[in-house]
Design a protein around this ligand. Structure first.
Ligand SMILES: Nc1ncnc2c1ncn2[C@@H]1O[C@H](COP(=O)(O)OP(=O)(O)O)[C@@H](O)[C@H]1O
Ligand SMILES: O=C(OP(=O)(O)O)[C@H](O)COP(=O)(O)O
Length: 393
């Protein structure tokens, strides 16, 4: 990476404004998954141990520029304190007198967490005035929020225009692992793309076709391709205006000699529920009144075989509606195959990471990215604003 990292800056006795991604799942005021907090600990601990006064900032949810009580950072501060074994000072303001006062009282090594930055309307607009406020608090800016690095916001990008900056360990590691996977891949290189966000993901396929040996499509994404092949897809998920693009991609795969793999059989259902009536049908035999909600047994077998023979596998998006047990087998089979392969496995955040956790395969994966959208945009070849703003080495 051609950007400074925290190892390149001397933070002893300095104030450091450190953006982290503490956008964690919450229920009834409690943090239900602290993976992202744990992932930022090495950077936070390092800064503290080096004697920095650490000012942490994150968004939580999408409060839309106003105070939403349930999205305050107090529970996150508490969990951070438990995990780091250190007191965490928490302000109720994002900036202003309370924050200034708290910062002025920090001792070397102390941790402070400001309020949810998205309570300020200027955050997502990358308002220069808010960026300056953040910068005025500190001597250095450190970005460790990989999950939000695809956002050009005041605390992820604007702030770095005013003070020297560096990448934290998590950001550095994510970029290194994902970057290596894409620039110098071990082969056969297989990408598995599934899930439901057809619009968000279809662009990634184009870029991946220039890099992979096998491109496996599953989940709701598959049916736009099945339709593009001229088959009936019943009530399955379809992005009508992407059919032409789907055809283009399948042609591109052919031209480039990429093995483009879509399901050969699927599980169709009469209802989006665990009690639905289901049946296995071939991909060219989806009944008009039913919806395909998972890949079928033959497809599971086929995908597992490709994964077993791969040296590098990246996976983003579940194979079916894995939240419902009835339609979880495809996702489980792929998770199992990734767990068993000798190849290097990278999970691209979001629901795939959740599925891998849920089905207890997390330990067996080589890298589980903390960013869903961020890892996808990175793999698409887009520059991440939260990275490009950082000071060059
Ligand atoms: N065949 C399908 N039909 C409808 N929804 C699906 C299907 N397969 C998977 N999904 C849904 O896709 C969602 C995840 O999609 P997405 O957000 O794109 O994945 P990720 O978060 O991993 O990027 C899950 O909630 C899952 O239920
Ligand atoms: O959870 C996040 O994104 P992800 O679900 O794509 O990993 C990040 O914290 C970014 O949040 P945002 O999509 O509200 O900007």
């Amino acid at each position: 990476m051609n950007k400074q990292t925290i190892k390149d800056i001397d933070v002893k006795g300095k104030k450091v404004f450190c953006r982290v991604d503490f956008n964690v799942p919450m229920k009834d005021g409690e943090v239900t998954d602290d993976t992202r907090i744990k992932a930022a600990l090495p950077t936070i601990k390092y800064l503290s141990e080096q004697g920095a006064k650490v000012i942490l900032a994150s968004h939580l949810g999408r409060p839309g520029g106003e105070v939403v009580e349930e999205l305050r950072m107090d529970a996150v501060a508490k969990r951070l304190s438990d995990l780091s074994n250190k007191a965490v000072i928490k302000t109720d303001q994002v900036y202003g007198d309370e924050v200034n006062q708290a910062v002025s009282q920090l001792e070397d090594g102390d941790l402070l967490l400001i309020e949810n930055v998205r309570f300020e309307p200027g955050e997502t607009k990358n308002d220069p005035a808010l960026a300056k406020e953040f910068a005025s608090l500190a001597d250095f800016y450190v970005n460790d929020a990989f999950g939000a690095a695809h956002r050009a916001h005041a605390s992820t990008a604007g702030v770095a225009e005013h003070i020297p900056s560096a990448a934290g360990f998590l950001l550095e590691r994510e970029l290194e692992v994902l970057g290596k996977a894409l620039s110098d891949p071990d082969r056969p290189f297989t990408a598995i793309i599934g899930g439901a966000k057809v619009k968000d993901k279809i662009g990634v396929i184009d870029n991946l076709l220039d890099k992979v040996d096998n491109l496996i499509i599953g989940g709701g994404l598959a049916y736009t391709f099945v339709k593009a092949l001229g088959h009936e897809i019943g009530k399955s998920l379809l992005e009508e205006d992407k059919i032409e693009l789907a055809k283009e991609y399948m042609q591109k795969a052919k031209d480039k000699g990429v093995n483009f793999v879509i399901p050969v059989d699927v599980i169709v259902a009469d209802d989006f529920s665990n009690d639905a009536n289901t049946q296995v049908v071939n991909i060219d035999a989806i009944p008009a009144d039913l919806e395909a909600l998972d890949i079928g047994p033959e497809t599971r077998e086929k995908y597992a075989q490709i994964v077993a023979g791969s040296k590098l596998v990246i996976w983003n998006g579940p194979m079916g509606v894995f939240e419902l047990e009835t339609f979880a087998n495809g996702t489980k089979a792929v998770a199992d195959a990734l767990g068993k392969t000798e190849g290097y496995t990278v999970i691209g955040g979001g629901d795939s990471a959740a599925a891998v956790e849920k089905f207890n395969y997390a330990e067996q994966m080589d890298h589980i990215s903390t960013g869903g959208g961020a890892s996808l945009e990175f793999m698409e070849g887009k520059e991440l604003p939260g990275v490009s703003v950082l000071t060059d080495k």
